[in-house]
Design a protein around this ligand. Structure first.
Ligand SMILES: Cc1cc2nc3c(=O)[nH]c(=O)nc-3n(C[C@H](O)[C@H](O)[C@H](O)COP(=O)(O)OP(=O)(O)OC[C@H]3O[C@@H](n4cnc5c(N)ncnc54)[C@H](O)[C@@H]3O)c2cc1C
Length: 406
């Protein structure tokens, strides 16, 4: 007899792993398959990204047990400066801007932080430390499976030779999801013909928890505050978007020339001497969305379902929104003894997630296009919009609350 699981989650990235931990807490029998080995220590060579996670995501990671296992404390985001750079790299001080919009702690409800910066190696190590804690969570890594779907269950042949069954399979296997391709769910891809360069810089002066987003005609440039390390008391990550050719050029510059280009893009933000540390990473940029989130005994979640432009740092946050919705629907169905692999359940999940996700994807796409457009009328309207928002605290707080995922 093949071993029976309630759910098989394919892909142990941040989204699949968090969901697995949450579901295992309710006693469901979960099989988590990940093609790479998990790590419990900081491995900076794995991924250079630093994620801006919305404040609303913290309780979810706390509930999953992942927040408490982070090897290094995350950095709170306390101020956000948004600039319409227009190539002139305008002046900015750490706490106020003259040509844009500033969000201060007063804009956040109940004095909470806007969000948290968590570096990818920190999150991955924490996931590795957490997933071994749940009795009903069976983790296989490195491992992949061959899936066969029938109306009553899914069969999975593991590369180890073992055969297992599950009532439902969840594809959390990222943008290139093999499961999405196997069941022929269509995908629309919006290329930007741009790349993002991600790097970390040490600086002389503190960032005071302030993040900067400078919308330049070539693409957005973000500086995001990172927590101190024993070696570097003041650090920031940058996410720098430009054409593939220019990003290739910048990523190969010597440190001093690289730091000079970064300083221009920070305007007069006074961080003192900038010293690039570690590797420079590049990522091609595209948005994409799956035409359906569901198929027989299968559903898509996270980047397998939707991939966003990182302009507003919302990709993983949106995946965590899927996790919150799906885990509560699944726990309810499990308690009531319902079949959570049947069409009615799958359609319910799709109804609860897909429309809002498409709206967010479209919002990020419009933001990227609006701010990189140099049409005079558009740029004048943009500046007016930012100025108006700066003068309207109620509207500002409304936007903040939405972005914080509260
Ligand atoms: C430059 C950049 C900056 C970003 N910044 C932010 C940010 O600040 N905030 C934010 O919210 N988002 C950000 N994002 C988006 C974020 O990185 C993604 O949304 C997030 O990583 C998606 O998580 P996931 O778990 O769905 O997919 P992934 O992280 O891609 O994980 C998928 C997992 O599935 C595994 N897998 C794949 N295929 C198989 C298979 N066949 N069998 C078994 N396992 C498999 C992979 O090994 C991987 O571990 C950024 C993206 C980029 C490119």
């Amino acid at each position: 007899m093949a071993e029976e699981y309630d759910i098989c989650i394919n892909g142990g990235g941040p989204i699949g792993s968090t969901l697995a931990c949450l579901l295992a807490q309710s006693g469901m029998r979960i099989l988590l398959l990940e093609r790479h080995a998990f790590t419990t220590t900081l491995q900076p060579a794995l991924d250079g990204r630093a994620y801006a996670l919305a404040e609303g995501v913290r309780p979810l990671l706390e509930e999953a047990g992942i927040w408490a296992h982070l090897p290094a404390p995350p950095q709170p985001i306390q101020h956000i400066h948004v600039l319409d750079g227009q190539g002139r790299y305008p002046a900015v001080s750490p706490l106020s801007v003259t040509n844009g919009l500033t969000f201060t702690p007063d804009d956040a409800p109940e004095n909470r932080h806007f969000g948290w910066m968590v570096e990818a190696p920190n999150l991955l190590a924490s996931i590795g430390r957490t997933i071994s804690h749940y009795e009903t969570l069976d983790v296989r890594a490195p491992e992949t499976g061959k899936f066969t779907f029938s109306p009553h269950h899914a069969s999975i042949a593991l590369t180890s030779g073992e055969r297992v069954r599950a009532k439902l399979v969840i594809a959390a296997d990222g943008r290139g999801s093999t499961l999405r391709q196997q069941v022929k769910i269509g995908l629309t891809r919006i290329p930007y013909h741009k790349h993002a360069l991600v790097a970390v810089l040490a600086h002389e002066h503190p960032h005071d928890g302030a993040a900067l987003e400078n919308f330049l005609p070539q693409g957005p440039f973000a500086r995001l505050p990172l927590p101190a390390t024993t070696q570097h008391p003041h650090r920031s990550a940058i996410v720098w978007t430009d054409t593939a050719e220019r990003i290739h050029h910048f990523s190969h510059l010597p440190d001093n020339a690289f730091a000079r280009h970064v300083r221009h893009r920070l305007g007069q933000e006074n961080l003192g001497t900038l010293t690039p540390i570690g590797k420079r990473w590049t990522y091609p940029l595209a948005s994409q969305y799956a035409h359906r989130y569901i198929a027989t005994r299968l559903l898509l979640i996270g980047d397998a379902a939707h991939g966003l432009h990182p302009v507003a740092g919302q990709g993983m946050n949106l995946g965590f929104r899927d996790v919150r919705t799906l885990s509560s629907l699944l726990k309810e169905a499990f308690l009531q003894g319902d079949d959570f692999g049947d069409t009615a359940f799958l359609e319910k999940y799709q109804r609860h997630t897909r429309p809002g996700n498409l709206l967010m994807l479209a919002g990020c796409d419009v933001m990227e296009r609006l701010f990189s457009n140099q049409n005079l009328l558009l740029s004048a309207s943009r500046r007016l919009g930012l100025k108006a928002l700066q003068r309207m605290p109620h509207l500002r707080r409304y936007f903040v609350q939405k972005a914080m995922g509260l």
